[in-house]
Design a protein around this ligand. Structure first.
Ligand SMILES: CC(C)(COP(=O)(O)OP(=O)(O)OC[C@H]1O[C@@H](n2cnc3c(N)ncnc32)[C@H](O)[C@@H]1OP(=O)(O)O)[C@@H](O)C(=O)NCCC(=O)NCCS
Length: 181
């Protein structure tokens, strides 16, 4: 996507005060269950605390409208190898607007420049075409298939793996602005 996006959201680092919005996002669609164990205020707080741990590997960024978190894009750093595992989600009511696409491109561009990583990788289930679309628009290239990796509702599901190197082309996808506080 290179065009304009609806009522463009912004990016800022995740905060502990985002906990209620994180819980709301996890409750917004059953497909969020695979993103983590969040089903109550307590588990939502633990999820956010884990991502914010100062010595931890996660760099988590909230996609916000005003100050309200609607989605998350994160990089789990493997500093020793200058690699990052890249992941994202968007609450049900804010999907289909190109917001995750633009947020993912912005964070991937950051991670491979100021973030000093040299390789980002991600995987998505073969039956998750929206995630594939986000990955490709954020400059990721298909690397392979992990055959029948997950057992979901009694069915074995392939996982498609992608990566983006610092030396790969920067996508033309519109970047989101960083929120100034
Ligand atoms: C995957 C997810 C992040 C996409 O969020 P989103 O905000 O809807 O994404 P965007 O609006 O930026 O883009 C979605 C793209 O997928 C496409 N898409 C959506 N549903 C689709 C479908 N069933 N088939 C094909 N393409 C589809 C849209 O057309 C759009 O592509 P485009 O920009 O080229 O038109 C969201 O569905 C989600 O949070 N899912 C649950 C968590 C998850 O699966 N995370 C990814 C883990 S790998």
């Amino acid at each position: 996507m290179t065009g304009s996006i609806l009522n463009s959201p912004e990016l800022r680092p995740l905060r502990q005060s985002d906990t209620p919005a994180v819980l709301a996002a996890f409750l917004s669609n059953p497909d969020m269950r695979r993103q983590g164990d969040v089903s109550s205020p307590e588990t939502a707080a633990a999820y956010v605390t884990h991502l914010l741990h100062s010595d931890g590997p996660h760099r988590a960024f909230a996609v916000v409208t005003g100050d309200e978190l609607v989605g998350l894009v994160a990089v789990t750093m493997d500093a020793k190898n200058r690699n990052g595992w890249f992941w994202y989600w968007m609450r049900e009511g804010s999907r289909g607007r190109g917001w995750t696409t633009c947020a993912a491109a912005t964070i991937a561009n950051w991670a491979l420049t100021a973030g000093r990583l040299e390789r980002l990788a991600l995987g998505h289930r073969a039956n998750n075409p929206a995630s594939e679309s986000v990955a490709r628009a954020a400059g990721f290239i298909h690397e392979g298939t992990e055959r029948e990796k997950f057992l979901v509702d009694g069915q074995r599901i392939d996982v498609l793996t992608y990566s983006r190197l610092r030396s790969d082309a920067v996508p033309t996808t519109t970047e989101l602005a960083w929120q100034h506080v």
